[in-house]
Design a protein around this ligand. Structure first.
Ligand code: COA
Ligand code: AMP
Length: 630
């Protein structure tokens, strides 16, 4: 079937399309219908079905006789180790952990926070929660204790599962002190913590609260899969919004299973026995959908990679992993390729490896710049497929559906809308614009299965953030256009979210931290163009008029403050002191104009001489740190 026919078949009968896709999932009780619009504009999928995510990701493959197939390959250049786990072994590990969690009181609906690096135990922990119907919330290791505390207070976990440490190329990061610090800061106290001790750095245990991963599983009975309702939350994943408070994106179980399974076959063109690798982290949505659940639901072998694209040990690591494990579909962020390209511009290292298993390279997480795509295409001589999605959607909104047909690739475009998504480009009044015209990208409701039904404990915020600007639509927060052939082009965010090395960050959250510095009267954070990371955060600080502090010292303290409060992942390394910030008449800071000046792009000329003077001052400050080159 062609893409056009497939998309048309969804559009003409969405209910039949998603009921048909649901047949690829094992149900304890099949749903009587796909869409539940009883509470529109809040939609649900497969509400009256009964299903278990862990059964679909693990047990059903063992039952089907594929217990000896490798489920997980852990490839860890930072610890110089590798491990292979079969589906049968994974089932045992998950059932044992789930049994031990249950023995400590964890039941369906309880939240469990997971703070782990890229080790197989992170997936085991996620799947053990899914087995019980407990709702996990995985937090990326690069976040600091305060961020962890905010998430603890929001989702109120009964337990925390953490590793003793993570391993970055230059240093071992102790996770446990961050967990201890977060629990100290949070008002909600989890009942217990399960600690996976890694040999690189063992953690000090808190008596009476902390349990050793292995010891606490001794003598407890393994747990079977607990069926849950289709709309039962599988997990909460916090993501950056406009304010400092992260949004708790909820993923409902049944739609998640159906959509991920559909996407593995139709987008990534993989199935049972294929090796699939998404080089991301379990702390991000890519890690949830395409390191853990998607590949396992589809019966693939998933690669859990603990390393970096460069320096672990060299820029050929990705090609080594593909060649050694016979990876068929590979998914990474453009930043990672830019990092490789910078070290190995002629892709000589790629030529050293047998990459014949690879059928395509998939890119997402940030805008894929044409240079990077062309470089990758030349290096690999394979389709390089950009696809666009968000934490909120959980799977591709737009892609080139390799498993259906490879459409002509248009460089700079993540191709076309996937079935389930009616993507529209709207003007400020909510009217569809003509092809080629820039506008806000919105998706006509309902969103398809697998996308967020709401935000955790924040239905109002969900409505305000996504549903209120364009009634009847979901507002993506991205701006762009569609061409005559229906190809989408994603150009920028319409809010204060920036994308640094494929990591989604909130400038508002950084501003909240900076504003707390005693010498800072006012501040703004913008994202400036960065050749490696796509964007890089930059702060502007207006100091209190009575501050006699050395400006450079305040800047250093502010940088340290953001690292301490948000974490190294914020990558906040530059700030400059200015007298005033440019503002509109109503007092809104002109962040977009400042970003344009920093990137040496044209911007609207200010209305008054005074406004022009403020912008001149900004330009001078930017020149001082090597930006705003004319
Ligand atoms: N735990 C603790 N700290 C972490 C971390 C983790 N899991 N991940 C990153 N950090 C730290 C890094 O050590 C670094 O700290 P530093 O400021 O002390 O150097 C900081 O956070 C920023 O990390 P990162 O953005 O990864 O920058 P980098 O300079 O270490 O590496 C790249 C640059 C391009 C190699 C790296 O950003 C990369 O691999 N990007 C691809 C990202 C990706 O795949 N994203 C997918 C999201 S879908
Ligand atoms: P996240 O929720 O972290 O996955 O980030 C989602 C955001 O990243 C999107 O809203 C876009 O701004 C950006 N993004 C993701 N994929 C792409 C892509 N292929 N092209 C352009 N931007 C992208």
């Amino acid at each position: 079937m062609s893409y056009a026919t497939l998309y048309a078949s969804w559009k003409s009968d969405p209910e039949a399309f998603w009921m048909n896709a649901a047949q690829a999932i094992d149900w304890d009780k099949p749903p009587s219908r796909a869409l539940n619009d009883n509470r529109a504009p809040f939609y649900e999928w497969y509400t009256d079905g009964q299903v278990n995510a862990c059964w679909n990701a693990v047990d059903r493959h063992v039952k089907a006789g594929r217990g000896d197939q490798i489920a997980i390959i852990h490839d860890s250049p930072v610890t110089q180790s590798q491990q292979k786990i079969t589906y049968a072994d994974l089932q045992n590990r998950v059932a044992n952990l789930a049994g031990a969690l249950r023995a400590k009181g964890v039941e369906t609906g309880d939240r469990v926070l997971i703070y782990m690096p890229m080790v197989p135990e992170a997936l085991v922990a996620m799947l053990a929660c899914a087995r019980l119907g407990a709702i996990h919330s995985v937090v990326f290791g690069g976040f600091a204790a305060r961020e962890l505390a905010v998430r603890i207070d929001d989702c109120k976990p009964r337990a925390i599962i953490a590793a003793s440490c993570g391993v970055e190329p230059a240093r071992v990061i102790q996770y446990k002190p961050l967990v201890d610090g977060a629990i100290e800061l949070a008002s909600h106290k989890p009942e217990f913590c399960v600690i996976f001790q890694r040999p690189q750095q063992r953690a000090e245990m808190v008596t009476g609260r902390d349990l050793d991963w292995h010891d606490f599983q001794n003598g407890t009975a393994p747990a079977d899969c607990v069926p849950v309702a289709g709309n039962h939350p599988a997990y909460i994943l916090y993501t950056s919004g406009t304010t400092g408070a992260p949004k708790g994106v909820v993923r409902a179980t049944a739609g998640h299973l159906v959509a991920l399974n559909w996407s593995m076959r139709n987008v990534y063109n993989v199935g049972i026995g294929d090796v699939y690798w998404a080089a991301s982290d379990v702390g991000w949505v890519v890690g949830h959908s395409y390191i853990c659940y998607g590949p396992l639901i589809a019966g693939c072998t998933t690669v859990v990679f603990e390393g970096k694209p460069v320096g672990t040990p060299d820029a050929g690591t990705y090609w080594r992993v593909i060649s050694e494990h016979r990876v068929k579909s590979f998914f990474t962020a453009p930043t990672a390729l830019r990092a490789i390209k910078r070290v190995d511009p002629e892709a000589k290292l790629a030529a050293r490896y047998d990459l014949s298993s690879l059928q395509a390279l998939f890119l997402a997480g940030e805008r894929a710049d044409p240079d990077t795509i062309k470089w990758a295409k030349a290096a690999l001589n394979l389709p390089v497929i950009d696809h666009w999605w968000q934490t909120e959607t959980g799977w591709a909104i737009a892609a080139n559906p390799l498993g259906v047909e490879l459409l002509p690739v248009k460089i700079g475009s993540p191709s076309v809308a996937m079935p389930g998504y009616d993507v529209q480009v709207l003007d400020e009044g909510g009217h569809a614009v003509a092809p080629g015209t820039l506008g806000a990208i919105a998706i006509k409701l309902p969103l398809p299965p697998g996308t967020l039904p709401t935000l955790w404990n924040a239905e109002d915020r969900f409505r305000k953030s996504y549903l209120s600007t364009f009634p009847g639509y979901y507002e993506t927060g991205d701006a762009g256009y569609v061409d005559e052939d229906g190809y989408l082009y994603i150009m920028a965010r319409t809010d204060d979210v920036i994308n640094v090395a494929g990591h989604r960050l909130s400038t508002g959250a950084m501003e909240e931290v900076l504003a707390n510095h005693p010498d800072v009267a006012e501040c703004a954070v913008i994202g400036v163009a960065d050749a490696l990371k796509g964007q890089s955060p930059l702060g502007f600080l207006c100091l209190n008029s009575n501050s006699a502090r050395d400006e450079a010292e305040v800047v250093r303290e502010c940088i340290a403050l953001v690292r301490d409060k948000i974490g190294p992942v914020a990558d906040f390394k530059r700030a400059c002191v200015v007298e005033r910030l440019p503002k509109t008449r109503s007092g809104k800071i002109l962040r977009a104009t400042m970003a344009k000046i920093a990137d040496s792009e044209p911007f609207n000329t200010p209305a008054t001489i005074e406004d022009a003077a403020v912008l001149d001052e900004i330009r001078t400050a930017l020149c001082g740190i090597g930006l705003a080159k004319v």
